[in-house]
Design a protein around this ligand. Structure first.
Ligand SMILES: Cc1ncc(COP(=O)(O)O)c(C=O)c1O
Length: 378
């Protein structure tokens, strides 16, 4: 009954853990969730106010499918100012969330049988988007050293795209110049497209954020995706965007026109306020995230658990192998300590000994969770 194309896609593993945690919570257990993928902060007041004002002023109807010009202009200025990339506002599409932008980009470029390289571990949605578009995922395992030297070996005549995400979910790593240069060289040599998912761009504590589109010969083969969910704590507003060549954005626009029409109107006005107002709210959130990151990393060190360098996003990717597989440890932590973390193999089969710990929760919760983890694991 269900289409072959959809049957290839698995249910989101991260959501499954969240559901189990919710069930325990409904049973009255004090579950601390370290599996969430969204900031716990409220959306900054001035952004809420801008959304409210737009609604009160009657800006509650369809907008141009590509997005309101004011927002696309603000995004173009942001690219120029922060990413050293020039896009005409017409080369930008505003979408209901970065997730839909990624889907539109993959769906627009990938044909049945095309291969897309994903770095393992990877955020779960990339694989689903490729499969829904009829493509085939080719995994390239980054390994503990986050090495991509061997990437040439997985390229075939069918390779069409690489998806890169820095700062990275689930690794918390920020890919450096050398990493990005290798991606550039491979993309140029083999005439590949690159989707650069930059949603965690502003949540960064070490290293430097690099937009592949700013590199030589990359502009028209890159689709830069970003959004408001993480930087401005706006997950529920559903607002993201993508920028690329006229041809690619026109193709994505067709998908958007026939699926969601446009991003919500008043949300787009709130987006203008987010980009054009003071960025102090972002700085405050990032400062708090950094303190939490330090707390989690040192707590895990005490347990003898090694982590990937956590330089961005709000995740620590941790090797729990000494206590069991990532799945066993996740289950033990959830059922005995009421602490929800995400098993690493949700993000790639080679990462079965790892778990992803999100610190998008208060320091008080993190301290409590670490204490319970010590009790259960030792
Ligand atoms: C790497 C990555 N990209 C994109 C998204 C989706 O963002 P949005 O809420 O804008 O759809 C997420 C959300 O978890 C993410 O982790």
């Amino acid at each position: 009954m269900i289409s072959e194309r959809l049957s290839r896609v698995e249910e989101s593993a991260t959501l499954r853990i969240t559901d189990l945690a919710s069930k325990l919570r409904r049973e009255g257990k004090d579950v601390i969730s370290l599996s969430v993928g969204e900031p716990d902060f409220p959306t900054p007041e001035h952004i809420v106010e801008a959304g409210y004002k737009a609604m009160a002023n009657g800006l509650t109807h369809y907008t141009p499918s590509k997005g309101i010009p004011e927002l696309r202009e603000a995004i173009a200025r942001k690219f120029e100012r922060e990413n050293n990339v020039s896009y005409d506002p017409d080369q930008i599409i505003v979408t209901p969330g970065a997730k839909h932008a990624i889907f539109e980009a993959v769906f627009s470029l990938i044909e049945e049988g095309d291969e897309v390289i994903l770095f393992e571990p990877a955020w779960v949605t990339y694989e689903a988007c490729v499969k829904l578009s009829g493509g085939r995922v080719v995994w390239f395992n980054l390994g503990k050293g986050l090495e991509i030297d061997g990437i040439q070996e997985v390229i075939t005549r069918k390779t069409k795209m690489i998806i890169v995400n820095s700062p990275n979910n689930p690794l918390g790593a920020v890919f450096d110049h050398e990493f990005m240069r290798t991606i550039r060289d491979v993309a140029v040599d083999h005439d590949l497209y690159v989707i650069s998912d930059e949603i965690y761009e502003k949540i960064i504590y070490g290293g430097e954020h690099i937009s592949p589109a700013s590199m030589d010969e990359m502009w028209d083969r890159t689709i830069t995706v970003n959004g408001f969910s993480k930087a401005y704590a706006m997950t529920g507003w559903r607002l993201g965007y993508a920028a690329s060549s006229d041809e690619i954005i026109s193709a994505m626009l067709k998908v958007q026109q026939h699926t969601v029409s446009c991003a919500p109107s008043f949300v787009q006005y709130a987006g203008v306020s987010a980009l054009e107002s003071s960025q102090k709210c972002v700085e405050d959130m990032v400062r708090e995230f950094r303190e939490r990151r330090d707390l989690v990393v040192s707590g895990l060190e005490e347990l003898g658990i090694e982590c990937m360098p956590a330089e961005g996003a709000f995740y620590v990717f941790a090797d729990v192998g000494r206590y069991g597989s990532g799945m066993e440890v996740s289950e033990r932590l959830l059922t005995r300590a009421y602490v929800a973390v995400t098993p690493g193999d949700a993000f790639g089969k080679s990462w079965g000994d790892w778990v992803r710990i999100s610190y998008a929760t208060s320091k008080e919760n993190l301290r409590k969770a670490l204490k319970r983890m010590r009790e259960v694991l030792n």
